[in-house]
Design a binder for this molecule. Structure first.
Ligand code: HEM
Length: 456
């Protein structure tokens, strides 16, 4: 593994980089389907910074290549991989659109995520967490096991709907918990199929997906309709999107576009954060010494009062715990890009239209940048240690112009929630409960995370 290898060289190599040999026709797809994380990790360990996976796919695992693609040379790249299939669910929203259209939509949405605006949302986040903690009291009776992953989905869904859409979606939790995994599984299966069947064929998988999408659509259209009827400007993201007009035509977004944006934020804005928190509770339960140190910080900074946004900078170890948890379990574990024109990475020519897979999961475990990469150690995220690493050795929120629009929102929310839960409870993993990552579009705990609560 070469740390200082250049991204481009004077004489590009028109051969493919080395990589695993797949099966005829389907290539490496069966291995990816069987265990994606293991496959990508083994591939990057064996072939290093760049590997060819067959069928026009590459895996890269070097911070300077990642910086080149996501940031320095981003104008030559569009999103690839699962994105066309993800569009079946979210349409042309912020996550999936491209070019001038994406730029305009990003500009419209950005003010909803400005620091000042986020500061105003902290109280809603802590209110929602207080409500959850009150509900959790029933779990303390007889140490009743509960699924912390399901609870985090419920909480983050509640927060995203209250803060960005000024509405209450808590009644929709069960629908979302059924429909979302069905939809994401469908997107993943199509993305990993050599010949995905047409979406309009009446196959059970297509019908299941359509039913799930209809259930999610019903929620999203209801939120839009309620706002139209109220006619109020809440100053939230939904109002910003609904009141925006085209500079040239003066027209507002139509219902379809609004639906795509709301669906995108609603999905991207809760599942990822819920997974980050769930993995954090799991890791803390395995490392009581780290859990104790985090709790000591929370007690010192907050005592038993509710945190505000001004406390966050002093909850630095709590933040390090989150950073380290997202290193080991980055919720968005795979990013992909396609060059618009032939490009050169690591001395190899990457033809236009082929797909480069960039995995925070493998980069975050690359032993060239992380000692003992499998170990859980929040000390890696002290300011000094962070400054000593290349920017793209760690990128749970991506980077460049397409960096996650909700990154500060998610970090603030996670830090507040983690501190508030830690003030009241210790969480213990139920012994014997299997915990394993599942690679849908996000990295979620396959069997949930069963835990018991212990009052401080
Ligand atoms: C821990 C939580 C989160 C993680 C790990 C995460 C991760 C990511 C990553 C890696 C990307 C870039 C994808 C790419 O480059 O292809 C992204 C994009 C995006 N995320 Fe997040 N995200 C999180 C939370 C959120 C939240 C809370 C929201 C909204 C409230 C959000 C909304 C979005 C949107 C709209 C995009 C597309 C941005 C664009 O292309 O302009 N995310 N996220």
């Amino acid at each position: 593994m070469l740390r200082n290898q250049t991204v481009t060289s004077s004489r590009p190599n028109r051969n493919r980089p080395p990589g695993p040999r797949g099966l005829p026709i389907v290539g490496v797809l069966p291995y990816v389907r069987r265990d994606s994380l293991r496959f990508y990790l083994a591939t990057t360990r064996r072939y290093g910074d760049i590997a060819y996976l067959g069928r026009g796919f590459y895996a890269i695992n070097n911070p300077s290549y990642i910086k080149y693609i996501l940031q320095d040379h981003n104008s030559n790249y569009v999103k690839g991989g699962a994105i066309p299939n993800l569009k079946l669910l979210v349409g042309e929203g912020l996550l999936t659109s491209e070019g001038g259209f994406w730029r305009r939509q990003r500009r419209l949405a950005q003010p909803a995520f400005h620091r000042q605006r986020l500061g105003l949302l902290a109280a809603t986040m802590t209110d929602a967490t207080v409500e959850m903690l009150e509900r959790w009291q029933t779990f303390t009776v007889g140490s009743q096991p509960f699924d912390v992953a399901a609870e985090m989905i419920r909480l983050t869904l509640n927060i995203v709907s209250r803060t960005l859409f000024s509405t209450d979606m808590s009644g929709d939790t069960n629908t979302v918990r059924r429909a979302l995994p069905t939809s994401l599984k469908y997107v993943r299966q199509r993305s990993l199929s050599a010949f995905p069947p047409p979406t309009h064929w009446p196959l059970p998988s297509n019908l299941r997906f359509q039913q799930a999408r209809r259930a999610l659509d019903a929620i999203v259209y209801r939120v839009i309709e309620e706002r139209r009827c109220s006619g109020r400007d809440h100053g939230d993201l939904l109002s910003m999107l609904m009141l925006a007009t085209d500079e040239e035509t003066g027209e507002a977004m139509d219902d379809r576009q609004l639906r795509d944006e709301v669906m995108t934020i609603f999905l991207a804005g809760h599942e990822t954060t819920a997974n980050a928190l769930s993995w954090t509770f799991y890791l803390l339960s395995l490392h009581p010494d780290i859990e104790r140190r985090m709790h000591a910080e929370v007690v010192e900074v907050l005592g038993d009062r509710t945190p505000t946004v001004d406390d966050l900078s002093r909850l630095s170890y709590t933040r390090q715990v989150l950073d380290e948890s997202m290193r080991l379990y980055p919720p968005a574990w795979l990013i992909s890009r396609s060059p618009i024109q032939d490009d050169e990475i690591g001395g190899y020519t990457i033809p236009a239209g082929e797909t480069i897979l960039i995995s925070p999961y493998t980069m975050h475990r690359n032993p060239a940048y992380w000692d003992n990469p499998e170990g859980f150690d929040p000390e890696r995220f002290t300011p000094e240690k962070q400054a000593a690493r290349p920017r793209f050795a760690y990128f749970p929120f991506g980077g460049g112009p397409r960096i996650c629009i909700g990154n500060n929102f998610a970090l603030m929310e996670s830090q507040l929630i983690l501190a508030m839960i830690s003030q009241r409870y210790r969480l213990h993993l139920v012994s014997g409960h299997p915990v394993a990552p599942q690679t849908m579009i996000t990295l979620r705990p396959r069997y949930g995370i069963l835990m018991t609560l212990h009052q401080r």
